[in-house]
Design a protein around this ligand. Structure first.
Ligand SMILES: Nc1nc2c(ncn2[C@@H]2O[C@H](COP(=O)(O)OP(=O)(O)OP(=O)(O)O)[C@@H](O)[C@H]2O)c(=O)[nH]1
Length: 380
């Protein structure tokens, strides 16, 4: 039985090796989980190994490998969540566990199981507590509850060993043959499957989220892109058609941006765009949808505004926020930034959503024409 279980656990090494080849971004965590799968397979294999030498030594090795596997699993979780594992604490814990197992030595199996069970619980609980807040932040309550399952199973199993060990009763039917009750093998396999498949799923889930974000967000500024804006605009348009609920759009364009690029270089131009995006986002309401729809073009959708004229003070605030920005060239020269704005609102007579955008663009064009760094309301 130990060999069969060990083989099953070793399959997860293969699984993580494949995942590591495909998912480079998560490689650091995946390598830890590969180590975890390897150490847990080794720990079980040692239980089934019957060397000529003293059996307690292989069993002690098995306990040490099991502790190592849990440490690697927990290290992988911390790295996966962008947290820094405390290596000093891990080394101290491994040292204390080695001393504990050495102190038990060739004596009874029960004491060894109690020591191993105790340290295993410390590692599982420690990793769980450390990773919990970051896990909840990224994956939410439901997945956090699901992720508790492997930890709970392992805490339960090790708690069982610890209590039996303290009572002086080893749960081994025949330690010499490495045979443990069937339930222990089942629990080992279930907890390993729960951990490995859960984190494999989370790696894929994160990748899918990131692809989705890339498809709808601009990489440079982090704002929603033209595609996301089109979706949002369609939503507002549908609402206005159905319920007559108006909305306002503000089209913004950085003034003379080409000359910033030409004089100070593309990298500084990028910095300017990031600064403008931040200023727009900071000066808009949470309910406003701010997006980058082109090179130096931005669009602000105000779903709560009733009339185009309500967009005027908002656009004026955004204009002033950009005019306050000051960028520093590598030479120390200060670079002023300005932008022009066109404001338009939904009209009941509009045939499609493009009409609202076209009016905002016409207003923006007029703002440029009139000398830039200003706001123009849609022409009637
Ligand atoms: N640095 C940088 N430049 C960009 C990016 N996207 C577009 N641009 C540049 O933005 C400039 C836009 O120039 P124009 O359309 O002539 O507009 P402008 O110079 O701002 O002039 P007006 O709008 O008339 O005030 C071009 O030089 C583009 O190369 C980007 O992501 N980063």
């Amino acid at each position: 039985m130990p060999l069969l279980v060990s083989l099953q656990l070793a399959l997860y090494v293969l699984l993580w090796a494949l995942a590591s080849a495909a998912l480079k971004d998560e490689r650091r965590a995946i390598l830890q989980w590969m180590g975890y799968a390897l150490a847990s397979a080794g720990s079980v294999a040692l239980l089934g190994w019957r060397p000529d030498g003293p059996i307690w030594l292989t069993h002690t090795g098995s306990s040490a490998a099991s502790l190592l596997s849990l440490m690697l699993a927990s290290r992988g979780v911390l790295l996966f969540l962008g947290l820094r594992p405390n290596d000093r604490l891990s080394i101290a814990l491994a040292g204390a566990a080695a001393m504990g197992l050495g102190w038990v030595g060739p004596s009874d199996t029960a004491s060894r199981l109690a020591v191993a069970g105790f340290f295993n619980i410390v590692v599982i609980v420690g990793g769980f507590v450390q990773s919990r807040p970051a896990f909840m932040r990224e994956f939410g309550l439901r997945l956090a509850v699901a992720a508790t399952l492997p930890s709970l199973i392992l805490i339960g199993m090790n708690g069982y060993f610890l209590i039996l060990g303290l009572l002086g009763r080893a749960p081994v039917i025949s330690a010499q043959k490495g045979e443990l009750p069937m339930a222990i093998w089942v629990v080992t396999l279930v907890s390993a499957a729960a951990f490995n498949y859960l984190f494999l799923f989370l790696v894929g889930f994160r990748m899918q989220q990131s692809l989705q974000r890339q498809a709808t967000h601009d990489v440079l500024t982090g704002l929603p892109n033209r595609r996301a804006m089109a979706q949002r605009l369609q939503l507002e348009w549908d609402r206005s058609q159905r319920y007559g609920k108006p909305f306002v759009v503000i089209s913004a364009d950085v003034d003379h941006f080409k000359s910033i690029n030409d004089r100070y270089g593309h990298a500084l131009g990028d910095q300017a765009l990031i600064a403008v995006a931040r200023a727009l986002r900071a000066s808009a309401r949470d309910s406003d949808h701010v997006s980058r729809v082109g090179g130096e073009e931005f669009l602000i959708l105000m779903p709560e505004a009733q009339m185009a004229s309500e967009g005027l003070p908002k656009a004026e605030r955004l204009r002033a926020a950009i005019a306050r920005l000051e960028l520093m060239a590598p030479s120390g020269e200060k670079i002023a930034l300005h932008a022009s704005f066109g404001v338009s609102g939904w009209l009941a007579s509009d045939q499609d959503r493009e009409q609202v955008l076209r009016r905002a663009d016409r207003a923006l064009y007029e703002a440029k024409h009139k000398g830039r760094d200003r706001v123009v309301l849609q022409p009637d």
